[in-house]
Design a protein around this ligand. Structure first.
Ligand code: SAM
Length: 215
């Protein structure tokens, strides 16, 4: 799957996307992540990408021209939906992540800043507005990387057996519930013991205990 991320801060992504599982998934060519600097598309002689809001009020609004040209450019490279990360969007969930991972070969993720982007871009070029929760961040970069991470890990071959996503919080196989607790060695840590059942080797009992711990 191809992810194109449109941002005014492309450097933010370097470390996260070039580490661990996302790095490996790119090396295996299961995913491709490309960042685009919106500022490079501005025709403003001072390189501006934001301006004062019509109607007054605090904050700046990202201007339509660089966004328009950047999105038009990226749409030639990626046929997936244009998704604007926004607190006003529908909230991301695991079932939504599953749909994205199955339905699309690509996604275009648009990161806003300041007060957000000019509404005419949303009206004319955005397919979906997506929120990662009911709180406000300074920019869409963390939400964009959240989407990339959550979707990429569901693609076949991205996770090794040791990192399987089959039985995880909000997965279908756990009836969308929260997962049971995990323990590892040592069996006694500072007097805190691992539940006996997990060391019993009795698989049916372990499964029963785990089921009882779903919430
Ligand atoms: N004025 C906007 C509002 O009240 O809805 C908030 C703008 S926010 C400060 C700047 C940018 O951060 C947004 O354009 C969006 O791209 C991103 N952002 C902030 N919170 C977000 C969230 N919960 N989910 C997705 N994107 C978010």
């Amino acid at each position: 799957m191809r992810f194109d991320i449109l941002t005014i801060f492309p450097n933010i992504f370097d470390s996260y996307i070039n580490t661990s599982i996302l790095k490996r998934a790119q090396e295996k060519k299961i995913i491709k992540i490309v960042t685009h600097d919106i500022r490079k598309f501005t025709k403003d002689k001072h390189n501006k990408v934001d301006d004062l809001p019509f109607g007054g009020g605090a904050g700046m609004v990202m201007t339509p021209q660089p966004l328009y040209d950047c999105i038009k450019h990226v749409k030639k490279l990626n046929k997936g939906p244009v998704i604007y990360l926004s607190p006003r969007g529908k909230t991301l969930s695991q079932s939504k992540v599953e749909q994205y991972s199955k339905k699309h070969k690509g996604m275009i993720l648009l990161c806003g800043h300041y007060e957000g982007i000019d509404q005419r871009i949303i009206d004319s070029l955005v397919d979906e507005e997506l929120s990662i929760g009911k709180y406000v961040l300074t920019g869409g970069e963390l939400p964009a990387i959240t989407v990339v991470d959550a979707v990429a890990r569901l693609l076949p071959g991205v996770l090794g057996r040791a990192e399987s996503h089959e039985e995880e919080s909000f997965s279908k196989s756990l009836n969308r519930k929260k997962e049971y607790p995990h323990y590892t060695r040592p069996a006694d840590f500072l007097g805190m013991k691992v539940p006996d059942v997990l060391m019993s080797g009795h698989h049916k009992e372990i499964a029963k205990w785990r089921k009882s711990k779903l919430s």
